[in-house]
Design a protein around this ligand. Structure first.
Ligand SMILES: *Cc1c(COP(=O)(O)O)cnc(C)c1O
Length: 363
């Protein structure tokens, strides 16, 4: 049980129902936010306090707020799924809460107990439940985050912290529906090094990935693939998604967690589901040459990326400085990729029994 109490102030000027319906019909991703947000403050003396549900709106932030200078910030991403009976559910939100606590430790931020993390999400979704869309593959994306709000330019962990949750209705992550993403292999940049923040979900990792993302777009690609920082050989992950390789002999391989890869909840769920579907699941190091040669020889039959936002997305072309290789398969969603995607999405939307106890009712 959460010990935190939230005061509630209703938005006096919520988005009119007609406008909301328009937004829900074509929500895009991360563009339109609901009528409310949750905030919760922390100081060393008071711990977590001042829980509130407030009208969605800007924060008052001092220009010297530490986050603006030293990026002491973490976040999470999860979704509320509308089931056929109108109820709203989250998928393994405890795992998000636990990861948020691990990220907090790495960024020297105070840990928010998982029960409080869940309570914050629940109260926001209950308040704004009309914003949870009903359409195919639509959901309410939830963005919990925490940052150093103290105004102080000395370098040390901040003593005033703001936690908040905002929410936005979303459709498919990639506009234009599920089509294979093309991947730029970054050799100028790495995402994370051992001992760094690669396993934490922090804004700084994303800031550091953007120059590589720009390079990807300049080279006609959708996303970047990062290699390890030491040997520049081992496949790690994309800027915000984990990777999987389907082999012709029935193996499913994903890069092992080495401390530099973000431990995705989608990744972890796929390990379980794939095992149940009879695939031989392996977490191990996979070299960039294994990828190129495997696709070339036909040993690798499908490649896909996974994460909460885009669920499971087939990977098409791999492009690097001086060459490229076409996606295996027919340029659509491969058989194994499609089967895993369906299994996952069917659980999330309540179309198949939740035999793993992964769903958590929000509203
Ligand atoms: C969030 C994230 C993922 C995917 O994690 P999920 O829990 O599956 O959403 C993968 N890589 C990075 C870098 C991430 O930030």
């Amino acid at each position: 049980m959460s010990a935190v109490r939230f005061t509630e102030s209703r938005n006096p000027a919520p988005v009119p129902a007609e406008r909301r319906a328009e937004i829900l019909a074509a929500p895009g991703f991360g563009k339109h936010f609901t009528d409310h947000m949750v905030t919760l403050r922390w100081t060393p003396d008071q711990g977590w306090h001042d829980g509130a549900v407030l009208p969605y709106g800007p924060f008052q932030l001092d220009p010297a707020a530490a986050v603006l200078h030293y990026a002491q910030e973490i976040f999470e991403g999860l979704k509320g799924y509308r089931h056929a009976d109108g109820s709203v559910w989250a998928f393994r939100p405890e795992a998000n809460g636990e990861r948020f606590a691990r990220s907090a430790r790495r960024l020297a931020l105070p840990e928010l107990p998982v029960a409080d993390f869940l309570a914050a999400i629940e109260i926001l979704v209950r308040t704004d439940r009309e914003w949870v869309p009903t359409g195919e593959e639509q959901s309410l994306y939830l963005r919990p985050f925490m940052f150093a709000s103290e105004s102080f330019l000395g370098v040390r962990p901040a003593k005033e912290i703001l936690f908040s949750v905002i929410a936005c209705p979303v459709g498919s992550y990639f506009s234009g529906g599920i089509k294979p993403v093309s991947i730029w292999l970054s050799t100028n940049y790495t995402r994370a090094a051992l001992g760094g923040t690669g396993a934490a979900k922090c804004g700084g990792n994303y800031a550091a990935s953007l120059a590589a993302q720009v390079e990807a777009v300049e080279n006609g690609c959708d996303q970047v693939c990062f290699l390890d920082a030491v040997d520049r050989t081992w496949v790690e992950e994309l800027g915000g998604m984990n990777l999987y390789f389907v082999y012709a002999d029935g193996r499913l391989v994903t890069p092992a967690l080495t401390g530099t890869i973000l431990e995705g909840i989608t990744r972890s769920s796929i390990l379980t589901l794939a095992g149940e579907q009879g695939l031989k699941v392996e977490e191990r190091q996979i070299g960039i040459d294994d990828w190129r040669d495997g696709v070339d020889s036909g040993e690798i039959t499908e490649v896909f990326a996974c994460g909460t936002a885009a669920v499971i997305t087939p990977v098409g072309r791999l492009v690097w400085d001086g060459g490229s290789i076409e996606s295996p398969g027919d340029g659509g969603t491969g058989t194994v990729t499609g089967r895993l995607r369906r299994a996952l999405v069917d659980i999330q939307y309540g179309r198949t029994p939740d035999s793993h106890g992964w769903l958590h009712r929000l509203a």
